[in-house]
Design a protein around this ligand. Structure first.
Ligand code: FES
Ligand SMILES: [Fe+2]
Length: 452
């Protein structure tokens, strides 16, 4: 008996493009997982043994470190890494740990150096991680330092402008591990985008509570009712190998739940304007807005020389392709930019995570072209890519200030986290609208069971 309950989705994209087309169903069963995974220290410890040290982790974007010696740090739980551009143009990654007595070698989030100097006793390491200098070397027994201890390297690979690290020397190569079809990420030319906003908020919930919430649009009508007049909440859900998944959220349409499917109300008018169409002269109905915007955006791209638009499907010009990379990343993919969210576990508390968001934007110097509103950029932000903004750290309990949708999620999650702990809660009951969540947990279980 098939466990996939088939429903007639109101939004059938009927896509032929292999990257956009609905993927074949995957039978992930009907297991109800033990909710302890959302709060127990034992489960957190298991993740630290069996998950995090084995998977490719999105560390950052390559455009952040264009020059030789440019570096940034990336922390996940108790571990921290430094990624640094090499003289040969490549990027290397190291544990941010001094081999002398374990001090963090790099103390800031980013910078540019000819070499690293540990602040404790002044040992120095080249950008290639090799030991260059030991302070008062003659005071060490030569046998102790004969191996010339440098910074410990971890694997680092890049894909389409994004940098990943992996602590496991035996892990399969990145592209093979990600599970996404070839060319999926590359189509967006992320290497030509820059981080224009980077916010790290502390949320009082497990990191998976975070992933789960962003992997479905089932909650949209309830938590984000304002989205109903501009997006369909019955998304196209696609499952890929190795826990990866995607949902296509059709934008510039009304949800099928909205009775009036004809009237172009203020939100849709706003989308029209952003798509380069004057709402005052638009004569179509709400049903025609999405296609009109796609056409307008394509024409605009041609006018201003964005030739890579010819690779995008019409749907990609309007819709959000929310793409999940196992275990802890979702990327909202759009031609104009990419919204990367990372769910970073707290070093010691299973009920805290860092919601780390990076907004990447491809700057176009043209009066016809504006920053899309979905980016939720505060006023006054430099979008040219000339300055890499510092990370904005938002303390626990404060709104992320990333627009009203994310503010709503930030209020919801700590409340859900409290309920997850109740003796009454027997484990999540996932619908087909939540198939990405089940797919993610299924893969997580494979790691926890030692099958991966
Ligand atoms: S701990 Fe780094 S030089 Fe001593
Ligand atoms: Fe949400």
């Amino acid at each position: 008996m098939s466990v996939n309950y088939k429903v007639e989705w109101p939004m059938n994209l009927k896509a032929l493009d292999p990257l956009e087309a609905k993927q074949p169903d995957v039978d992930d069963g009907l297991d109800v997982v033990d909710p302890a995974r959302y709060y127990s220290r034992e489960f957190m410890a298991q993740e630290w043994q069996k998950l995090w040290p084995k998977v490719w982790l999105l560390a950052g974007v390559a455009s952040d470190i264009p020059e030789d010696g440019d570096y940034f740090t990336f922390a996940v739980g108790p571990e921290e890494f430094v990624l640094v551009r090499q003289a040969d143009g490549g990027v290397k990654a190291f544990y941010n740990v001094c081999p002398h007595r374990g001090n963090r070698v790099v103390l800031n989030e980013r910078g540019s150096v000819p070499r690293f100097t540990c602040a404790f006793h002044g040992w120095q390491f080249g950008c290639n991680g090799k030991l260059e200098r030991i302070t008062d070397q003659e005071t060490f027994d030569p046998k102790l330092i004969a191996h010339r201890p440098g910074m410990t390297e971890v694997r680092c690979e890049s894909l389409g402008g994004i940098l990943f690290i992996n602590m496991d020397p035996k892990a399969k190569p990145l592209q093979q591990s990600l599970g996404l079809p070839e060319g999926y990420i590359e189509r967006y030319q992320i290497d030509k985008m820059n981080v224009v906003h980077h916010v790290r908020t502390t949320w009082k919930a497990n990191w998976k509570t975070g992933v789960d919430a962003f992997y479905e649009t089932y909650h949209l009508p309830w938590v984000h009712p304002q989205t109903q007049t501009v997006m369909e909440d019955f998304s196209q859900y696609d499952l890929y190998p190795n826990g990866a998944s995607r949902m296509i959220v059709p934008l510039c349409v009304k949800s099928h739940r909205v009775a009036d499917q004809e009237g172009v109300d203020p939100y849709l008018s706003f989308m029209l304007k952003e798509g380069g169409i004057d709402p005052a002269t638009f004569k179509g109905s709400a049903r025609e807005v999405r296609a009109a915007i796609q056409k307008s955006k394509r024409a605009r791209a041609q006018r201003i020389g964005l030739t890579h638009y010819q690779n995008f499907t019409d749907g990609q010009l309007t819709d959000s392709w929310a793409t999940g990379l196992f275990p802890n990343v979702q990327m909202g993919m759009h031609p104009e930019g990419v919204f990367i969210m990372r769910f970073l576990p707290h070093p010691t508390d299973p009920e805290t995570f860092y919601y780390d968001t990076m907004i990447l934007y491809r700057y176009v110097d043209d009066p016809d072209y504006t920053v899309p509103a979905w980016m939720g950029l505060p006023a006054g932000i430099d979008v040219t890519g000339e300055t890499r903004p510092a990370v904005v750290h938002v303390p626990p309990g404060e709104k992320p200030n990333l627009g009203d949708v994310l503010d709503q999620d930030s209020e919801l999650l700590p409340v859900q986290q409290q309920g997850l702990r109740s003796r009454a809660f027997k484990g999540p009951l996932w619908s087909e609208q939540e198939q990405r969540v089940r797919h993610f947990h299924k893969e997580l279980d494979r790691y926890i069971q030692g099958l991966k």
